[in-house]
Ligand binder design. Sequence first.
Ligand code: ARG
Length: 457
Amino acid sequence: MWGGRFEGGPSAVMAEINASIPFDKRLWRQDIRGSIAHVAMLGRQGIIETGAAEAISAGLQQVEAEYTAGGVPVDLALEDIHMTVETRLKEIVGPDAGRLHTARSRNDQVATDFKLWTRDAIDGHLAAIRTLAGVLAARALEHHATVMPGFTHLQVAQPVTLGHHLLAYVEMLKRDFGRFRDARARLNQSPLGAAALAGTGFPTDRAFTAQALGFDRPTANSLDSVSDRDFAIEYLTSATQCALHLSRLAEEIILWASQPFGWVKLPDQWSTGSSIMPQKKNPDAAELVRGHAGRILGLMTSLMVTMKGLPLAYSKDMQDDKEPVFQAHDLFELSLAAMAGMMETIRFVPERMRAAAASGFSTATDLADWLVREGGVPFREAHHITGRAVKAAEEKGVMLDGLTLEELVAVDARIDARVFDVLSVEASVSSRTSLGGTAPARVQAAAEAAIREVPLW
Ligand code: ARG
Protein backbone atom coordinates (compact mmCIF):
# COMPACT_ATOMS: atom_id res chain seq x y z
CA MET A 1 0.00 0.00 0.00
CA TRP A 2 3.00 2.26 0.41
CA GLY A 3 5.35 0.27 -1.82
CA GLY A 4 6.44 3.31 -3.83
CA ARG A 5 8.85 4.56 -1.23
CA PHE A 6 10.13 1.17 -0.08
CA GLU A 7 12.62 -1.27 -1.51
CA GLY A 8 12.33 -4.10 0.97
CA GLY A 9 9.41 -5.61 2.85
CA PRO A 10 9.15 -5.68 6.66
CA SER A 11 10.96 -8.29 8.73
CA ALA A 12 8.79 -11.04 10.14
CA VAL A 13 8.89 -9.51 13.61
CA MET A 14 8.05 -6.08 12.21
CA ALA A 15 5.07 -7.58 10.42
CA GLU A 16 3.95 -9.20 13.65
CA ILE A 17 4.30 -6.19 15.91
CA ASN A 18 2.70 -3.98 13.29
CA ALA A 19 -0.33 -6.12 12.60
CA SER A 20 -3.63 -5.45 14.30
CA ILE A 21 -5.75 -7.74 12.15
CA PRO A 22 -5.81 -10.55 14.77
CA PHE A 23 -7.93 -8.30 16.98
CA ASP A 24 -9.23 -5.41 14.87
CA LYS A 25 -11.03 -7.87 12.59
CA ARG A 26 -13.85 -7.32 15.06
CA LEU A 27 -14.36 -3.96 13.36
CA TRP A 28 -15.18 -5.47 9.98
CA ARG A 29 -18.87 -4.61 9.89
CA GLN A 30 -18.18 -1.02 10.92
CA ASP A 31 -15.31 -0.74 8.45
CA ILE A 32 -17.47 -1.83 5.53
CA ARG A 33 -20.34 0.35 6.66
CA GLY A 34 -18.04 3.37 6.88
CA SER A 35 -16.59 2.68 3.45
CA ILE A 36 -20.03 2.34 1.86
CA ALA A 37 -20.99 5.75 3.27
CA HIS A 38 -17.68 7.26 2.18
CA VAL A 39 -17.86 5.99 -1.39
CA ALA A 40 -21.47 7.11 -1.74
CA MET A 41 -20.30 10.59 -0.73
CA LEU A 42 -17.38 10.50 -3.20
CA GLY A 43 -19.82 9.63 -6.00
CA ARG A 44 -22.39 12.25 -5.01
CA GLN A 45 -19.75 14.95 -4.82
CA GLY A 46 -18.30 14.01 -8.20
CA ILE A 47 -14.95 13.25 -6.58
CA ILE A 48 -15.01 9.89 -8.32
CA GLU A 49 -17.20 8.69 -11.19
CA THR A 50 -20.64 7.44 -10.22
CA GLY A 51 -20.01 4.15 -12.01
CA ALA A 52 -16.87 3.51 -9.99
CA ALA A 53 -18.66 4.46 -6.77
CA GLU A 54 -21.45 2.02 -7.52
CA ALA A 55 -19.06 -0.78 -8.39
CA ILE A 56 -17.10 -0.20 -5.17
CA SER A 57 -20.28 -0.13 -3.12
CA ALA A 58 -21.48 -3.41 -4.67
CA GLY A 59 -18.03 -4.90 -4.08
CA LEU A 60 -18.12 -3.89 -0.42
CA GLN A 61 -21.48 -5.55 -0.05
CA GLN A 62 -20.03 -8.71 -1.52
CA VAL A 63 -17.16 -8.59 0.98
CA GLU A 64 -19.71 -8.20 3.74
CA ALA A 65 -21.63 -11.25 2.52
CA GLU A 66 -18.41 -13.28 2.33
CA TYR A 67 -17.32 -12.33 5.85
CA THR A 68 -20.79 -13.01 7.18
CA ALA A 69 -20.67 -16.49 5.71
CA GLY A 70 -17.04 -17.40 6.29
CA GLY A 71 -15.51 -14.99 8.77
CA VAL A 72 -12.62 -12.57 8.25
CA PRO A 73 -9.40 -14.03 6.84
CA VAL A 74 -6.35 -13.18 8.97
CA ASP A 75 -3.20 -12.39 7.00
CA LEU A 76 -0.59 -10.50 9.01
CA ALA A 77 0.90 -9.11 5.81
CA LEU A 78 -2.33 -7.13 5.31
CA GLU A 79 -1.77 -5.47 8.68
CA ASP A 80 -5.26 -4.44 9.70
CA ILE A 81 -8.96 -4.73 8.94
CA HIS A 82 -8.87 -1.71 6.65
CA MET A 83 -6.24 -3.21 4.35
CA THR A 84 -7.85 -6.65 4.57
CA VAL A 85 -11.19 -5.35 3.32
CA GLU A 86 -9.60 -3.15 0.66
CA THR A 87 -7.42 -5.97 -0.63
CA ARG A 88 -10.41 -8.26 -1.08
CA LEU A 89 -12.33 -5.38 -2.66
CA LYS A 90 -9.56 -4.96 -5.20
CA GLU A 91 -9.79 -8.65 -6.12
CA ILE A 92 -13.52 -8.21 -6.72
CA VAL A 93 -13.65 -4.76 -8.35
CA GLY A 94 -10.22 -4.40 -9.93
CA PRO A 95 -8.05 -1.26 -9.93
CA ASP A 96 -11.04 1.07 -9.38
CA ALA A 97 -11.10 -0.23 -5.79
CA GLY A 98 -8.13 2.07 -5.27
CA ARG A 99 -10.45 5.09 -5.67
CA LEU A 100 -12.20 4.28 -2.39
CA HIS A 101 -9.38 5.71 -0.32
CA THR A 102 -9.64 9.16 -1.91
CA ALA A 103 -10.03 11.98 0.66
CA ARG A 104 -9.64 9.52 3.51
CA SER A 105 -6.87 8.07 5.64
CA ARG A 106 -6.78 5.05 7.86
CA ASN A 107 -6.54 7.54 10.71
CA ASP A 108 -10.03 8.92 10.30
CA GLN A 109 -11.21 5.52 9.09
CA VAL A 110 -10.14 3.70 12.24
CA ALA A 111 -11.52 6.43 14.49
CA THR A 112 -14.85 6.14 12.67
CA ASP A 113 -14.93 2.33 12.81
CA PHE A 114 -14.02 2.29 16.47
CA LYS A 115 -16.63 4.88 17.38
CA LEU A 116 -19.31 2.92 15.52
CA TRP A 117 -18.24 -0.25 17.30
CA THR A 118 -18.20 1.41 20.71
CA ARG A 119 -21.61 2.93 20.08
CA ASP A 120 -23.04 -0.53 19.36
CA ALA A 121 -21.32 -1.88 22.45
CA ILE A 122 -22.88 0.85 24.58
CA ASP A 123 -26.32 0.09 23.16
CA GLY A 124 -25.88 -3.55 24.16
CA HIS A 125 -24.83 -2.59 27.68
CA LEU A 126 -27.70 -0.14 28.09
CA ALA A 127 -30.15 -2.96 27.37
CA ALA A 128 -28.32 -5.36 29.70
CA ILE A 129 -28.19 -2.84 32.55
CA ARG A 130 -31.91 -2.31 32.17
CA THR A 131 -32.50 -6.06 32.30
CA LEU A 132 -30.49 -6.43 35.50
CA ALA A 133 -32.18 -3.42 37.11
CA GLY A 134 -35.58 -4.88 36.20
CA VAL A 135 -34.67 -8.19 37.83
CA LEU A 136 -33.48 -6.43 41.01
CA ALA A 137 -36.60 -4.28 41.16
CA ALA A 138 -38.85 -7.33 40.83
CA ARG A 139 -36.97 -9.16 43.61
CA ALA A 140 -37.17 -6.00 45.72
CA LEU A 141 -40.93 -5.86 45.38
CA GLU A 142 -41.16 -9.53 46.34
CA HIS A 143 -39.06 -8.81 49.45
CA HIS A 144 -40.22 -5.31 50.34
CA ALA A 145 -41.01 -6.45 53.88
CA THR A 146 -38.30 -9.11 54.37
CA VAL A 147 -36.21 -7.95 57.32
CA MET A 148 -32.44 -8.25 57.29
CA PRO A 149 -29.66 -6.51 59.18
CA GLY A 150 -28.29 -3.33 57.74
CA PHE A 151 -24.59 -3.05 58.38
CA THR A 152 -22.02 -0.38 58.97
CA HIS A 153 -18.45 -1.63 59.39
CA LEU A 154 -20.02 -5.04 58.61
CA GLN A 155 -21.40 -4.86 62.14
CA VAL A 156 -25.16 -5.17 62.60
CA ALA A 157 -26.38 -1.58 62.66
CA GLN A 158 -30.14 -1.25 62.13
CA PRO A 159 -32.71 -3.56 60.59
CA VAL A 160 -33.55 -2.83 56.95
CA THR A 161 -35.57 -4.68 54.37
CA LEU A 162 -34.02 -6.84 51.69
CA GLY A 163 -36.06 -4.96 49.10
CA HIS A 164 -34.47 -1.73 50.24
CA HIS A 165 -31.02 -3.26 49.97
CA LEU A 166 -31.67 -4.49 46.42
CA LEU A 167 -33.08 -1.13 45.38
CA ALA A 168 -29.82 0.51 46.45
CA TYR A 169 -28.23 -1.37 43.55
CA VAL A 170 -30.99 -0.22 41.20
CA GLU A 171 -29.97 3.36 42.04
CA MET A 172 -26.35 2.56 41.20
CA LEU A 173 -27.39 0.97 37.92
CA LYS A 174 -29.47 4.01 37.08
CA ARG A 175 -26.37 6.19 37.39
CA ASP A 176 -24.37 3.66 35.36
CA PHE A 177 -27.02 3.75 32.68
CA GLY A 178 -26.83 7.54 32.64
CA ARG A 179 -23.04 7.48 32.32
CA PHE A 180 -23.19 5.20 29.28
CA ARG A 181 -25.97 7.27 27.74
CA ASP A 182 -23.96 10.47 28.25
CA ALA A 183 -20.86 8.83 26.82
CA ARG A 184 -22.84 7.74 23.79
CA ALA A 185 -24.12 11.27 23.20
CA ARG A 186 -20.61 12.76 23.42
CA LEU A 187 -19.17 10.05 21.17
CA ASN A 188 -21.69 10.57 18.42
CA GLN A 189 -19.75 12.90 16.10
CA SER A 190 -18.21 11.61 12.90
CA PRO A 191 -14.43 11.84 12.43
CA LEU A 192 -14.74 10.58 8.85
CA GLY A 193 -13.27 13.06 6.39
CA ALA A 194 -10.65 14.46 8.77
CA ALA A 195 -8.27 12.40 6.61
CA ALA A 196 -4.75 11.87 7.96
CA LEU A 197 -4.82 14.86 10.31
CA ALA A 198 -5.26 18.08 8.35
CA GLY A 199 -8.45 17.60 6.38
CA THR A 200 -8.49 17.31 2.62
CA GLY A 201 -8.60 19.50 -0.48
CA PHE A 202 -11.31 17.36 -2.11
CA PRO A 203 -14.83 18.84 -1.97
CA THR A 204 -16.13 16.28 0.53
CA ASP A 205 -19.48 16.39 2.31
CA ARG A 206 -18.75 15.31 5.86
CA ALA A 207 -22.30 16.04 6.97
CA PHE A 208 -23.55 13.45 4.47
CA THR A 209 -21.32 10.65 5.76
CA ALA A 210 -22.02 11.65 9.36
CA GLN A 211 -25.72 11.32 8.75
CA ALA A 212 -25.39 8.09 6.79
CA LEU A 213 -23.57 6.54 9.73
CA GLY A 214 -26.06 7.73 12.34
CA PHE A 215 -23.79 10.39 13.83
CA ASP A 216 -25.32 13.66 15.01
CA ARG A 217 -22.75 15.77 13.13
CA PRO A 218 -19.16 15.76 11.90
CA THR A 219 -16.38 16.50 14.39
CA ALA A 220 -15.14 20.10 14.31
CA ASN A 221 -11.35 19.77 14.27
CA SER A 222 -9.42 17.39 12.06
CA LEU A 223 -6.49 17.01 14.49
CA ASP A 224 -8.81 16.19 17.36
CA SER A 225 -10.82 13.84 15.13
CA VAL A 226 -7.93 11.44 14.56
CA SER A 227 -6.23 11.76 17.94
CA ASP A 228 -9.28 11.60 20.19
CA ARG A 229 -9.84 8.40 22.13
CA ASP A 230 -11.89 10.01 24.89
CA PHE A 231 -14.85 7.98 23.73
CA ALA A 232 -12.99 4.72 24.33
CA ILE A 233 -11.76 5.91 27.71
CA GLU A 234 -15.22 7.07 28.67
CA TYR A 235 -16.57 3.71 27.62
CA LEU A 236 -14.03 2.03 29.89
CA THR A 237 -14.62 4.35 32.84
CA SER A 238 -18.37 3.82 32.53
CA ALA A 239 -17.87 0.06 32.36
CA THR A 240 -15.47 0.16 35.29
CA GLN A 241 -17.86 2.13 37.47
CA CYS A 242 -20.69 -0.29 36.73
CA ALA A 243 -18.39 -3.31 37.16
CA LEU A 244 -17.47 -1.98 40.61
CA HIS A 245 -21.14 -1.99 41.52
CA LEU A 246 -21.55 -5.53 40.22
CA SER A 247 -18.50 -6.49 42.21
CA ARG A 248 -19.94 -5.14 45.45
CA LEU A 249 -23.17 -7.04 44.86
CA ALA A 250 -21.17 -10.15 43.98
CA GLU A 251 -19.20 -9.77 47.21
CA GLU A 252 -22.43 -9.62 49.18
CA ILE A 253 -23.82 -12.71 47.45
CA ILE A 254 -20.59 -14.57 48.26
CA LEU A 255 -20.83 -13.51 51.88
CA TRP A 256 -24.51 -14.30 52.17
CA ALA A 257 -24.05 -17.73 50.62
CA SER A 258 -21.40 -18.72 53.15
CA GLN A 259 -22.60 -21.07 55.91
CA PRO A 260 -22.25 -18.66 58.88
CA PHE A 261 -24.64 -16.32 57.05
CA GLY A 262 -26.84 -18.79 55.17
CA TRP A 263 -29.01 -15.98 53.83
CA VAL A 264 -29.15 -17.19 50.26
CA LYS A 265 -29.21 -20.48 48.44
CA LEU A 266 -27.46 -20.44 45.11
CA PRO A 267 -29.32 -22.08 42.28
CA ASP A 268 -27.46 -25.02 40.73
CA GLN A 269 -27.16 -23.21 37.41
CA TRP A 270 -25.12 -20.47 39.05
CA SER A 271 -22.75 -22.46 41.21
CA THR A 272 -20.13 -25.16 40.94
CA GLY A 273 -19.06 -28.10 43.06
CA SER A 274 -15.69 -29.19 44.35
CA SER A 275 -13.69 -32.08 42.96
CA ILE A 276 -12.70 -33.18 46.47
CA MET A 277 -15.35 -31.90 48.89
CA PRO A 278 -18.68 -33.49 47.97
CA GLN A 279 -20.75 -31.09 50.08
CA LYS A 280 -19.51 -27.94 48.34
CA LYS A 281 -21.55 -25.52 46.29
CA ASN A 282 -19.43 -22.55 45.42
CA PRO A 283 -20.52 -19.11 44.22
CA ASP A 284 -18.08 -19.10 41.30
CA ALA A 285 -20.15 -16.87 39.04
CA ALA A 286 -20.27 -14.18 41.71
CA GLU A 287 -16.56 -14.60 42.40
CA LEU A 288 -15.79 -14.18 38.70
CA VAL A 289 -17.94 -11.06 38.48
CA ARG A 290 -15.90 -9.70 41.40
CA GLY A 291 -12.68 -10.78 39.69
CA HIS A 292 -13.65 -9.39 36.28
CA ALA A 293 -14.24 -5.97 37.79
CA GLY A 294 -10.57 -5.80 38.68
CA ARG A 295 -9.56 -6.73 35.17
CA ILE A 296 -11.91 -4.17 33.62
CA LEU A 297 -10.39 -1.51 35.86
CA GLY A 298 -6.94 -2.60 34.71
CA LEU A 299 -7.97 -2.33 31.06
CA MET A 300 -9.25 1.19 31.68
CA THR A 301 -5.91 2.10 33.23
CA SER A 302 -4.08 0.54 30.33
CA LEU A 303 -5.72 2.78 27.73
CA MET A 304 -5.33 5.89 29.88
CA VAL A 305 -1.62 5.18 30.19
CA THR A 306 -1.35 4.58 26.44
CA MET A 307 -2.89 7.97 25.71
CA LYS A 308 -1.38 10.15 28.40
CA GLY A 309 1.86 11.12 26.66
CA LEU A 310 0.85 11.15 23.00
CA PRO A 311 1.44 14.30 21.01
CA LEU A 312 -1.15 15.18 18.37
CA ALA A 313 -2.20 13.70 16.10
CA TYR A 314 -2.07 9.94 15.36
CA SER A 315 0.65 7.71 16.76
CA LYS A 316 0.77 3.98 16.30
CA ASP A 317 0.51 3.51 20.05
CA MET A 318 -3.14 4.22 19.43
CA GLN A 319 -3.50 0.87 17.72
CA ASP A 320 -3.29 -0.48 21.27
CA ASP A 321 -6.62 1.19 22.04
CA LYS A 322 -8.74 -1.68 20.76
CA GLU A 323 -7.79 -4.69 22.84
CA PRO A 324 -8.54 -3.04 26.20
CA VAL A 325 -11.96 -2.02 24.93
CA PHE A 326 -12.75 -5.37 23.32
CA GLN A 327 -11.59 -7.34 26.34
CA ALA A 328 -13.40 -5.10 28.80
CA HIS A 329 -16.52 -5.39 26.67
CA ASP A 330 -16.50 -9.17 26.76
CA LEU A 331 -15.83 -9.35 30.49
CA PHE A 332 -18.42 -6.71 31.27
CA GLU A 333 -21.11 -8.18 29.03
CA LEU A 334 -20.66 -11.58 30.67
CA SER A 335 -20.71 -10.05 34.15
CA LEU A 336 -24.00 -8.26 33.51
CA ALA A 337 -25.60 -11.39 32.08
CA ALA A 338 -24.34 -13.60 34.91
CA MET A 339 -25.53 -11.17 37.54
CA ALA A 340 -28.99 -10.90 36.00
CA GLY A 341 -29.32 -14.67 35.78
CA MET A 342 -28.06 -15.17 39.31
CA MET A 343 -30.27 -12.53 40.89
CA GLU A 344 -33.32 -13.77 39.05
CA THR A 345 -32.99 -17.28 40.45
CA ILE A 346 -31.23 -16.84 43.80
CA ARG A 347 -33.29 -18.04 46.77
CA PHE A 348 -33.29 -15.80 49.81
CA VAL A 349 -33.74 -17.31 53.27
CA PRO A 350 -35.86 -14.75 55.17
CA GLU A 351 -35.80 -16.66 58.51
CA ARG A 352 -32.01 -16.51 58.67
CA MET A 353 -31.96 -12.88 57.65
CA ARG A 354 -34.53 -11.95 60.28
CA ALA A 355 -32.66 -13.84 63.00
CA ALA A 356 -29.48 -12.01 62.08
CA ALA A 357 -31.35 -8.71 62.09
CA ALA A 358 -32.59 -9.36 65.60
CA SER A 359 -29.06 -10.01 66.83
CA GLY A 360 -26.53 -7.38 67.77
CA PHE A 361 -29.01 -5.08 69.56
CA SER A 362 -30.02 -3.72 66.17
CA THR A 363 -33.00 -1.84 67.60
CA ALA A 364 -30.92 0.17 70.09
CA THR A 365 -31.42 3.33 68.00
CA ASP A 366 -35.18 2.71 68.19
CA LEU A 367 -35.00 2.69 71.99
CA ALA A 368 -32.98 5.91 71.98
CA ASP A 369 -35.42 7.52 69.54
CA TRP A 370 -38.34 6.41 71.75
CA LEU A 371 -36.76 8.08 74.79
CA VAL A 372 -36.39 11.29 72.78
CA ARG A 373 -39.95 11.14 71.46
CA GLU A 374 -41.86 9.88 74.49
CA GLY A 375 -39.63 10.87 77.37
CA GLY A 376 -38.43 14.26 76.10
CA VAL A 377 -34.85 13.12 76.70
CA PRO A 378 -32.10 14.89 74.67
CA PHE A 379 -30.71 12.45 72.07
CA ARG A 380 -27.20 12.38 73.51
CA GLU A 381 -28.57 11.38 76.92
CA ALA A 382 -30.95 8.87 75.32
CA HIS A 383 -27.92 7.37 73.55
CA HIS A 384 -26.20 6.95 76.91
CA ILE A 385 -29.26 5.40 78.60
CA THR A 386 -29.69 2.98 75.71
CA GLY A 387 -26.05 2.02 75.99
CA ARG A 388 -26.70 0.99 79.57
CA ALA A 389 -29.78 -1.01 78.49
CA VAL A 390 -27.65 -2.81 75.89
CA LYS A 391 -25.10 -3.61 78.59
CA ALA A 392 -27.87 -4.99 80.85
CA ALA A 393 -29.20 -7.13 78.01
CA GLU A 394 -25.74 -8.35 77.15
CA GLU A 395 -25.14 -9.35 80.77
CA LYS A 396 -28.46 -11.19 80.84
CA GLY A 397 -27.72 -12.82 77.47
CA VAL A 398 -30.84 -11.51 75.72
CA MET A 399 -31.76 -8.99 73.07
CA LEU A 400 -33.24 -5.63 74.09
CA ASP A 401 -36.81 -6.94 73.89
CA GLY A 402 -35.74 -9.80 76.19
CA LEU A 403 -35.37 -7.40 79.13
CA THR A 404 -38.36 -7.15 81.46
CA LEU A 405 -40.07 -3.83 82.05
CA GLU A 406 -38.61 -3.77 85.58
CA GLU A 407 -35.11 -4.24 84.21
CA LEU A 408 -35.65 -1.42 81.70
CA VAL A 409 -37.12 0.88 84.33
CA ALA A 410 -34.08 0.16 86.49
CA VAL A 411 -31.97 1.61 83.66
CA ASP A 412 -34.17 4.70 83.38
CA ALA A 413 -37.39 5.46 85.20
CA ARG A 414 -38.89 7.27 82.20
CA ILE A 415 -39.24 3.99 80.30
CA ASP A 416 -42.70 2.41 80.29
CA ALA A 417 -44.42 -0.61 78.68
CA ARG A 418 -45.09 1.19 75.39
CA VAL A 419 -41.38 0.84 74.59
CA PHE A 420 -41.89 -2.81 73.62
CA ASP A 421 -43.81 -1.57 70.56
CA VAL A 422 -40.57 -0.27 69.06
CA LEU A 423 -38.07 -2.94 70.07
CA SER A 424 -38.91 -5.59 67.46
CA VAL A 425 -37.14 -5.57 64.10
CA GLU A 426 -40.49 -5.31 62.30
CA ALA A 427 -41.45 -2.25 64.33
CA SER A 428 -38.04 -0.80 63.67
CA VAL A 429 -38.22 -1.03 59.87
CA SER A 430 -41.86 0.05 59.82
CA SER A 431 -40.96 3.23 61.67
CA ARG A 432 -38.37 4.31 59.06
CA THR A 433 -40.91 6.10 56.91
CA SER A 434 -38.74 9.08 55.94
CA LEU A 435 -38.23 9.77 52.24
CA GLY A 436 -35.85 7.09 50.94
CA GLY A 437 -36.21 5.10 54.17
CA THR A 438 -36.56 1.36 54.65
CA ALA A 439 -40.20 1.14 55.84
CA PRO A 440 -41.89 -1.66 53.85
CA ALA A 441 -44.55 0.73 52.54
CA ARG A 442 -41.84 3.04 51.20
CA VAL A 443 -39.91 0.12 49.72
CA GLN A 444 -42.99 -1.30 48.06
CA ALA A 445 -43.74 2.04 46.43
CA ALA A 446 -40.09 2.47 45.39
CA ALA A 447 -39.96 -1.02 43.87
CA GLU A 448 -43.19 -0.43 41.97
CA ALA A 449 -41.84 2.87 40.70
CA ALA A 450 -38.59 1.22 39.61
CA ILE A 451 -40.46 -1.53 37.76
CA ARG A 452 -42.40 1.17 35.91
CA GLU A 453 -39.41 3.42 35.23
CA VAL A 454 -36.55 1.07 34.36
CA PRO A 455 -37.94 0.33 30.86
CA LEU A 456 -38.15 4.11 30.29
CA TRP A 457 -34.52 4.85 31.27
N1 ARG B 1 -4.38 -0.29 12.37
C1 ARG B 1 -4.27 1.10 12.67
C2 ARG B 1 -4.83 1.40 14.06
O1 ARG B 1 -5.50 0.59 14.57
C3 ARG B 1 -5.01 1.91 11.67
C4 ARG B 1 -4.48 3.27 11.52
C5 ARG B 1 -3.18 3.23 10.86
N2 ARG B 1 -2.69 4.53 10.62
C6 ARG B 1 -1.40 4.79 10.41
N3 ARG B 1 -1.07 6.02 10.22
N4 ARG B 1 -0.52 3.84 10.41
O2 ARG B 1 -4.60 2.42 14.64
